[in-house]
Design a protein around this ligand. Structure first.
Ligand SMILES: [Fe+2]
Length: 350
């Protein structure tokens, strides 16, 4: 085979592989299990139960004296005899309070290992953040679309342009890495013009800045970390839960690592933009859901800028295939890679 033919064959094979990937990716159709989900902020929990859903399964979370419990029945209702296979004999799901959240285990209770919980280096492990630093948003779509949207670097420019400014920068590059459970994207931007918001509301006097932006996603649970370092503006890392309540609703509990900036006014004011930013995402995601959910597979029209999103689809499909074959384990490759505090460039809280 001559070189030109060989290259054409290789290109066609690659295109077929991408098409196969696109047609195999069916968001909202398979519930990945054996993972921890941060379903409620700890300060919001009292004796009266909170109802949370994970993949359409009910979790009643309540304080029972000194204990915190998560059950598949309401405490004033009789115990269900047809309860979930994910609860113990007492009807309890495994639960852990950490990073100011109540984390429930969706999966086989015998596999509920606290080691499987994400490491969040920018949050204190044993206390909740101040009230102004956290909240909740909802996206009316399945959580896989939220994760893909977060990994799409161009969406920040056309969906959040009013905050982030023009995309007219000198250099804009992206790299990503992944494990069997996570996808990390790092975007480096040089000499980007500041937005009116950044100049007039945040009070920046310069006209341009450099940015390193980070996105880190946990495929099973949907938990993600977002952080952006500007050469002149303060920055605060964010954890967003993206919990799949159902295939048409994603609960995004969010909390900011406000200790990571010295700028007290910014630490108080930036978290207030969260509902506006989420509304911008919702305006894109809500109409997307019916186009994906329970629709026949179709040709993929992604561009090279969607590389991180395509990689996420590949990892997501691989996890589903393993679970369909009864393998719910975590692979050893998740221990590889650098300390997350170094990748995100944050100081580790204790
Ligand atoms: Fe967004």
């Amino acid at each position: 085979m001559n070189t030109v033919v060989a290259e054409t064959v290789a290109a066609e094979k690659a295109a077929t592989a991408e098409d196969t990937l696109a047609s195999k990716w069916r968001p909202g159709e398979f519930a990945l299990r054996d993972a921890w989900f941060p379903v409620a902020q700890a300060p919001t929990l009292h004796k009266r139960p909170l109802l949370r859903m994970v993949h359409s399964q009910p979790f009643y979370i309540w304080r029972d004296g000194d204990r915190i419990r998560a059950t598949d029945y309401h405490p004033i209702a009789p115990r269900r005899t047809d309860g979930s296979e994910f609860v113990s004999a007492s009807g309890d799901y495994p639960l852990i309070e950490r990073f100011g959240y109540l984390w429930v285990w969706y999966g086989n209770p015998a596999n509920a290992d606290p080691e499987r919980m994400p490491d969040i280096p920018f949050l204190p492990q044993h206390r909740a953040q101040p009230k102004y630093a956290w909240g909740v948003n909802f996206f009316h779509c399945t959580y896989e679309l939220v994760l893909e949207n977060i990994l799409d670097l161009t969406h920040i420019d056309f969906v959040h342009g009013s905050f982030s400014g023009s995309a007219d920068s000198e250099e804009d590059s992206i790299r990503f890495e992944s494990t069997s459970e996570t996808v990390t994207m790092i975007r480096t931007v040089k000499n980007r013009p500041l937005s009116t918001y950044q100049r007039e509301v945040l009070g920046a006097s310069q006209t341009h800045h450099d940015i390193d932006a980070f996105t880190h996603i946990f495929i099973r649970s949907g938990v993600c970390f977002l952080h952006s370092h500007s050469s002149i503006l303060p920055g605060i890392p964010l954890m967003q839960s993206n919990t799949p309540e159902s295939s048409t609703l994603t609960r995004a509990n969010y909390v900011f690592g406000v200790q990571q900036t010295q700028d007290k006014a910014y630490a108080r004011n930036w978290p207030r933009t969260a509902p506006d930013i989420a509304a911008q995402d919702e305006s894109v995601l809500n109409p997307q859901n019916p186009r994906y959910l329970r629709q026949p597979p179709r040709r993929d029209n992604s561009t090279r800028f969607d590389a991180a999103g395509l990689h996420y689809r590949k990892r997501h499909i691989a996890l589903i295939e393993r679970q369909q074959n009864g393998d719910f384990d975590y692979l050893p490759d998740i221990a590889e890679g650098s300390d997350l505090a170094d990748i995100l460039k944050v100081k580790r809280m204790s």
